[in-house]
Design a binder for this molecule. Structure first.
Ligand code: SF4
Length: 376
């Protein structure tokens, strides 16, 4: 007796044939029952493998300036009046930033993400960052650098681009219809403007969101379609880390299956876009983290801006365990530009159990801004 083709594979067939999913399709992915989860993941993984082969892009965060932000993003440990016990420091100097970047590059990162808290940089601060970008590029030719400095003034994106920056990150964070519920000091339109500025200057646009902030499924779909319409090149998908000392302290609405469905939904909507499983993956995906890499094709290695990730060696082992390989600096991102290769074994991982949803968010106390070795 023939086995009926599950609808998720029909949807993948449609996308692989050049079609687009509808908002109703995307919502159906989010609403799908747990009994369908592996079919959803399998169908989404066909798109991931079609466009990105077996590679995983490894990105490494360097927090150039931590805390002390005048904005009030409710989810952020660096916000105005945050009492989260995070590291607070002003700008790293160029040598400190290059040293921090080297740790991630040595572990396999092909992109370094230079991040600074704040509304947006002054022209003098952009000058600091362009010095850092030039130093990193001189130290490691071939590495990609993405800057994430907040809202940009006219001409700043062009300066970053001229210094060698490859990309600019500015997350939309949540749907336009939900934005007032997560921030009052700037608007969704402000964020859209910065994404457009980055694009306009010739930088690759990186823009994503944080799931689990009280948004509806419809709003997640709305956001995914907006990111697709903006033709961003990479979409970081974060899962809320409910820091103590922020308005979203204790908010915990996600489960690991929902996180996979969210990643799969974004993959169906933006099949050929880099999808990065980002902050919160350890806490919210738990033991399903490795499966996420069959849908996402990118991750952050080691620690995040103000919180700890799992050990970097464990990230690499997870990639190898999935039969995937770290994208090398000299490899193009998309699979149609390079032959499929098999994973090299990663370095041995320490035994740390993933899945920490009942625990407080672990604050980063090592790496950039400290004298302790980085987790990379
Ligand atoms: S997300 Fe950025 S702008 Fe918002 S409070 Fe945090 S550091 Fe400031």
């Amino acid at each position: 007796m023939p086995v009926p083709t599950p609808r998720w594979h029909e949807l993948a067939d449609h996308v692989l044939a050049g079609g687009a999913v509808t908002p109703a399709d995307a919502l159906a992915v989010l609403d799908s029952p747990d009994s369908e989860l592996m079919n959803v993941v399998a169908a989404a993984s066909r798109l991931r493998f079609e466009y990105f082969g077996t590679t995983v892009k490894v990105n490494y965060l360097v927090n150039l300036k931590s805390g002390l932000c005048p904005e009030d993003c409710f989810y952020c440990s660096q916000r105005l009046n945050s009492t989260a016990g995070i590291l607070r420091y002003t700008w790293l100097n160029t040598d400190e930033a290059v040293t921090a970047a080297r740790a991630g590059i040595a572990a396999g990162a092909s992109r370094v993400c230079l991040v600074a808290s704040g509304t947006g940089p002054s022209n003098r601060e952009v000058g600091k960052v362009t010095d850092i970008i030039e130093a990193i590029k001189s130290d490691t030719p071939g590495v990609e650098v993405c800057a994430c400095l907040g809202a940009l003034k006219d001409g700043q994106a062009e300066k970053l681009c001229a210094s060698g920056a490859d990309a600019y990150n500015h997350n939309l964070n949540t749907a336009e219809s939900h934005y007032e519920d997560i921030c009052t000091t700037h608007t969704y339109a402000d964020r859209e403007h910065t994404v457009a500025q980055a694009h306009g200057a010739g930088l690759s646009a990186c823009s994503g969101f944080i799931a689990g902030m009280g948004e509806s499924r419809e709003q997640l779909v709305e956001l995914a379609f907006d990111l697709r319409a903006k033709e961003v090149d990479s979409i970081p998908v974060n899962f809320l880390l409910p820091f103590d000392g922020t308005p979203l302290e204790g908010v915990d609405t996600l489960n690991p299956r929902d996180c996979l469905r969210i990643l799969a939904m974004v993959r169906f909507v933006a099949p050929d876009t880099e999808i990065r499983v980002a902050a919160g993956r350890e806490r919210h995906l738990g033991h399903l983290q490795g499966i996420a890499l069959y849908v996402a094709n990118s991750l952050f290695l080691g620690d995040y801006l103000t919180s700890e990730g799992q050990p970097g060696a464990e990230d690499l082992q997870m990639i190898a365990d999935a039969g995937l390989e770290v994208l090398r600096m000299d490899q193009p991102d998309h699979a149609d530009e390079h032959p499929a290769e098999h994973a090299e074994p990663a370095t041995a991982a320490p035994a740390t159990a993933p899945g920490r949803r009942d625990e407080k968010v672990a604050i980063r106390t090592r790496g950039a801004g400290t004298s302790e070795p980085a987790n990379a």
